[in-house]
Design a protein around this ligand. Sequence first.
Ligand code: GCU
Length: 638
Amino acid sequence: MRTVQLLNSDWSFTDMDGNKAQVNIPHTWNALDGQDGGNDYRRGKCTYEKRFAAPSFDPEAQRVYLEFDGANASAEVVLNGKRLTTHHGGYATFRCDITDALQGENLLRVEVDNSVNDRVYPQKADFTFYGGIYRDVKLLIVHKAHFDLDYYGGNGLKITAQTHGSVQVRSWHTGENAQVKITLLDAEEKEVATGYGEDIMLTVQNPHLWHGTVDPYLYTCKAELLVDGDVVDYVNQKFGIRSIRVDSKKGFFLNGKAYPLRGVCRHQDWKGIGNALSKTHHETDMALIREIGANTIRLAHYQHDQYFYDLCDRYGMIVWAEIPYISEHMESGWENTVSQMKELIVQNYNHPSICVWGLSNEITISTKNKKDMLRNHHALNDLAHKMDATRPTALACYAVCGPFNKVAHITDLVSWNLYLGWYVPGLFLNDLWVDFFHFCFPNRPLGYAEYGCEGMPNLHAARPRRGDHSEEYQAKYHEYLVKFIEKRPFMWATHVWNMFDFAADARNQGGEPGMNHKGLVTFDRQTKKDSFYLYKAYWTDTPFVHICGKRYADRTEKITAVRVYSNCDSVTLYADGKEIATKQADKVFVFTVPLGETTQIKAVAGACADTATLHYTPTPNRSYRLEKGKGNGQNWTK
Ligand code: GCU
């Protein structure tokens, strides 16, 4: 049978200057210089080496594979001096059969390269392209007859389920005289269907549908490979039974029911560790996204860790998955868009959470050869449809890309990245833009793949204004946008940019170089900004109440506005124990409060309460403002 060994420990790392260190995987060499600004993080070739003893295996009956789950951006794998494979693309799983190159003692050398080039995406974007082997490395020992491990990093299974209960299971394997047995198990691991064959149609009676965050019911497909009646290999793959449909006037439907997709975007990096995440980091991110009640996640701008897609299946998130075909079309990058799209679909086809394949992001920003770019998009769109007839394609358009631009009319769905009210003045422009597009193209499903604004929990303003990077302006912006979206159920999906602050080393905005502060939560996941609670009020039902502006404690007004977010209908506010008012409102409650030198504020909604301490001070707290000269600077990693 199959065994898996982790090869994550004791690697000898040599950076591009020849400095050596002992490291464990996951690892990135840009954990720090990729997050401090200056657009100067080290990009180039580094080397990882590991000595290991060959696993015990029978070379006559077994094969040994090496698997990398993520090495950014290109990797050349050499074992005992023999070059085994080269992979281009920093976000997908890739493997190679190392059986014939194995010796008793082995030297594995992996050269990883995140240099600037013109053929591997991404090359230009607003995030750091951390270099390194930043996801697991594994040894797989399998029978020579085994489910496929060679086709674009997949697991050899393709499960297509219909809501009336028919489940097609296609499988690919090595071994001439091998037989495939498929068994479908329900969530209690009870057998619900079984059969033999490499392309079989099974029926699940009274299927229990996977219904998003409401009821993310998962089955398991147990695939066994038999030779002479003995099981020589197996793959277990969870799957869900669900249907999706998008109506340009009524929005997204899941299992025939209206299911407006309202959620967030997520990057895969954390403060101080870059993209070298552990399962705990992924779990923390999922827990925070669930806390605000999002039901969809745009996993931007690349293929994310399998474990995070598994969490999305488990907790019912509808996912927009995408490849990093971003900002600038490269004529010599065509092949890489195809290989990354093939890997994305082959490796993730079985996730019920994934409902959209994203082809590109803001590709018109600095594309020179528009004709070639459009041809590349048509090729990807056709490829995605050929590989997966069950999911729509989409792409995210740049704000400056007009509604009539051809690139916006290739994929099945289209969304825009619009920052009206942040990069340009005028929150009301969101209404004009979206209603104009919908008027012009009433039959074209439209969403917001990104919207958001910078908000830093240490910057505050009594009169928040666009560009001040204050926590208060971010909340004001989102108060407008969440209502704007609520009035447009035809928008098939909306994704806040971003759930978390993230690193973009080219940035020099808002007082902290190298950072994008549009997150609802800070980079270290320690601080939930006020706008986090606004969405929690709109998207969750468990009663809570949140006083905004706790960090804006020093105020120069004797009478100040205190905003409260709650999903309850009524909130009572007290100041130093004295009732100020009881108000009914829709999520956002605003009270006028007299301040003393120190004033204890308390908000009560039903059985819920929240408190804050505010101070009247005649001298403004200078730390609340952006330092002079900050707040501008380039955006793009080049
Ligand atoms: C763009 C881009 C993001 C970027 C965002 C921003 O829409 O797609 O990657 O981070 O704008 O400017 O914050």
